[in-house]
Design a protein. Structure first.
Length: 454
């Protein structure tokens, strides 16, 4: 949908002079001055590291049509300046306007783990019949969702938007922006506890997405998680489909094929078939079932589903398997919380079978007061997994080692060079490596170094 400068002025509730440019068409909306092109509007966003107001002059030099600010600038601009109460909230108002004026049905995904994976699987299935767009990668917050929406045409049939929350106010802001026709609640676990305190609060705030459903909206809820079932009772008027109760679609992980593909048995509305997919493990059963439930809801045929399954590609660093010389590698370094860590470890143990399992792990971030307890629990879980070797990076090493209970059995590493040196000294002939930690630990750098060295 094409917007003019005066549209932005009205939507954002701005004050300021448009200097005769009110009917100028907006080419795009940018928050990074390096990406600004002629005719863009530059929103001055204040982040943790940079303040966009400091780059307004650079944006103007690059041809910005106007600037959206929430404080005075340090220079005298020669283009319209729109003063708003908060540039991030103003960004959300524009996104919500575009959402309301789009013909697309909006599917919003939330949960403690697997949002991006489920969204991506659903995308490859649904696009077999419909015109579909989705968030770029994991752009799932108050900045990423609007920026994704700005890149949609508005003529799509379906928008797939994942919604990530860290605090109690996040869903109120994001739910209002996306206003979904379909709400998907995938799971709940101990994550983002710095802002959400405990699992009950996580469930409560995830389920708040249902408050923002359109009048004819529907929700898909994973009733494997009792906290979600309890919270769902607070929304008696919302149409709900529960994963376990919808038995016309079933998914079961069968095993791994000779060419390292995951073999899944799919039951689809009275028929059964097997598929080989570029991922494996029981943790993907719920992701697949959710995507298939959406496929049924949006009227896909069995043939379209099968064709869509053949085209699935998952983003990097999300339980991606590859062979590196004599070693198998599972790169799950993108992120971690207790829920996803447990699932990855069990799957890696199953896949390794008789191969030596080498774990390269790191801290699970944003757990607040539960940090020590959850890392102690990780150590206890590692005793059950019983891997050949464990490497660990992060300040919570001592809690994991304490939970593991085997002195000096977990090797602490501070960087990728130290890790590679250890591996070479062990002179391993075979094995399966799993890399898993929160993004801030940077295990993707370990993976890249491993690829170069082996």
């Amino acid at each position: 949908m094409k917007l003019r400068l005066k549209d932005i002025y009205l939507i954002t509730r701005a004050i300021g002079e448009l200097k005769g440019q009110e009917d100028k068409a907006i080419k795009g909306i940018k928050i990074d001055s390096r990406l600004v092109e002629e005719g863009d509007i530059f929103f001055c966003i204040r982040g943790n590291r940079f303040d966009g107001h400091s780059f307004a002059q650079e944006a103007e030099k690059k041809g910005a049509l106007a600037l959206v600010v929430h404080r005075p600038l340090e220079y005298e601009p020669h283009i319209p300046v729109l003063l708003v109460d908060d540039t991030i909230k103003a960004l959300g108002r524009v996104a919500n306007f575009l959402r309301k004026n789009s013909k697309a049905k909006v599917v919003a995904f939330t949960g403690s783990a697997g949002k991006t994976t489920t969204k991506e699987i659903a995308y490859f299935l649904l696009k077999q019949r419909h015109k579909v767009e989705r968030n770029f990668k994991n752009w799932n917050n108050q900045i990423g969702i609007p920026l994704s929406i700005f890149n949609f045409s508005g003529e799509e049939d379906i928008w797939l938007l994942e919604v990530g929350i860290n605090n109690t106010y996040d869903m109120d802001e994001l739910g209002e922006i996306v206003a979904p026709d379909v709400a998907v609640i995938l799971n709940v676990g101990p994550c983002h506890l710095e802002g959400l305190k405990n699992v009950k609060e996580v469930a409560k705030n995830k389920m708040k997405l249902l408050q923002f459903l359109t009048s004819s909206g529907i929700s898909f809820i994973n009733d494997k998680y009792l906290e979600l079932v309890e919270e769902a009772k607070k929304y008696p008027r919302v149409n709900k489909i529960y994963f376990k109760q919808e038995d016309s679609i079933q998914v079961k992980f069968k095993g791994i094929s000779k060419d390292k593909k995951g073999v899944f048995i799919i039951k689809w509305i009275g028929e059964e078939f097997e598929v080989e997919l570029p991922f494996w493990g029981i943790q993907f059963e719920d992701n697949l079932k959710c995507a298939l439930l959406l496929s049924k809801y949006f009227s896909l045929t069995k043939e379209e589903v099968i064709q869509g399954l053949k085209t699935i590609e998952l983003p990097q660093h999300r339980f991606n398997f590859f062979q590196q010389g004599v070693f198998g590698v599972i790169d799950d370094s993108y992120n971690a919380n207790p829920l996803s860590m447990r699932a990855s470890l069990y799957s890696a143990k199953t896949i390794a079978n008789e191969l030596p399992l080498i774990l390269v792990l790191g801290d699970m971030a944003e757990l607040g007061a539960a940090t020590e307890e959850e890392h102690l629990n990780l150590g206890k879980l590692l005793r059950e997994i019983n891997p050949y070797l464990i490497f660990y990076k992060g300040k919570n090493y001592r809690f994991v080692a304490q939970g593991y209970g085997k002195e000096d059995s977990i090797l602490e590493v501070n960087n990728e060079d130290e890790f590679i040196s250890y591996i070479k000294n062990y002179n391993l002939k075979k094995g399966l490596f799993l890399f898993k930690a929160s993004r801030s630990i940077g295990l993707d750098n370990f993976v890249n170094k491993f690829k170069r060295e082996f």
